[in-house]
Ligand binder design. Structure first.
Ligand code: NDP
Length: 296
């Protein structure tokens, strides 16, 4: 029987634990605050940000949302970040990516105070992660680790193959899985568009993590019997009847589920975990900045 890894259920547990920590911090006069900044009129980005704000509300985090006109000069976004850096009630800052072309994304990431960088994309935080003493683990790969942990998927000694080498998913995922402790100790292979014979790699894997951005790219023939399959992909495609759209992952779910030992669905797998880990990082940021100790 293939185990379906239920991201909604694990994320609900994470949120419940977070709500408890938020209460502790709030009682100590340090209610965590998360600022989201949107400089885009892309409907998907708008949806992501509003879901993040809703999550904040649910667990008691103070959500602040700022919109910057996508046509405005880059300096307006930089000034907004500077103000949030200086605001003691804001413990976490998230600038929804992508930003418009005339804005330097790397400058945006560098500009956020690394102690408030709850996405974990600031170069200082990337360096800390690679060095094995992460301050904030990026939300998506951190969420994947939590899912593996919640479903007792052993990473120690496992062959893990990650398909995708982006800065937000593939690379930090690899860095987390090769860490010695507390979770990790996997033997990690990172594949990408220049990988030769990708299927030979994925077929060898105990754990396959797909972060490709190509709908249903990995099918059952590329999976070893009993492997754990984590599908990070979120792709909106036309339905077969051409009358609407649906969300699919980077894994062809039915054929992969036939051979996998465990698999995440899309939607309802990694997505909710990404959102939950943002709340986790915000609470951690608030604790670090206020000195109110909580167990995480
Ligand atoms: P990117 O486009 O930044 O990276 C995709 C990676 O896949 C690249 O490294 C690319 O290789 C590789 N790739 C593309 N085509 C192929 C191919 N034919 N063969 C092998 N490798 C290939 O995507 P992201 O990492 O940002 O996102 C990946 C997916 O995860 C997307 O579907 C995205 O929507 C989803 N996502 C989901 C999240 C969630 O919370 N569930 C959060 C973030 C992303 P190369 O580097 O050589 O170009």
């Amino acid at each position: 029987m293939t185990e379906i890894i239920d991201g909604n259920a694990v994320a609900a547990d994470v949120r419940a634990a977070i709500a408890d920590r938020v209460e502790t911090l709030t009682d100590a006069g340090s209610r965590p605050g998360l600022a989201t900044v949107l400089m885009s009129d892309d409907p998907a980005s708008e949806t992501y940000v509003s879901m993040k704000q809703r999550d904040c509300e649910e667990v008691g985090i103070e959500g602040i949302h700022i919109e910057v006109d996508p046509e405005a000069p880059a300096d307006e976004l930089y000034a907004t970040i500077d103000e949030l850096n200086d605001d003691d009630s804001v413990h976490g800052i998230l600038v929804q990516l992508p930003v418009p072309d005339h804005v330097d994304e790397r400058e945006v990431l560098r500009r956020i105070d690394p102690e408030k960088d709850v996405d974990g994309f600031h170069p200082e935080n990337v360096g800390r992660l690679v060095a094995g003493h992460a301050r904030f683990k990026p939300c998506t790969p951190h969420g994947v680790l939590k899912l593996l942990e919640a479903h007792d998927v052993e990473t120690e000694g496992a062959d893990a193959v990650i398909v995708g080498r982006s800065d937000i998913v593939g690379k930090p995922m690899a860095n987390l899985l090769i860490q010695k402790a507390p979770q990790g100790n996997a033997t990690v292979t990172v594949c990408h568009s220049r990988t030769e014979d990708l299927a030979a790699h994925t077929r060898n894997a105990d754990i396959v993590i797909a972060a490709v951005g190509v709908p249903e790219f990995i099918d059952g023939s590329m999976i070893r019997e009993g492997a754990t399959v984590i599908d990070v992909g979120v792709n909106r495609i036309e339905t077969d009847d051409g009358e609407g759209t649906e969300l699919v992952g980077d894994v062809e779910y039915d054929s992969a589920a036939d051979v996998a030992g465990a698999i995440t669905p899309v939607p309802g797998g990694v997505g909710p975990m990404t959102r939950a880990m943002l709340l986790y990082n915000t609470v951690k940021a608030a604790s670090l900045q206020t000195g109110v100790e909580i167990e995480l």
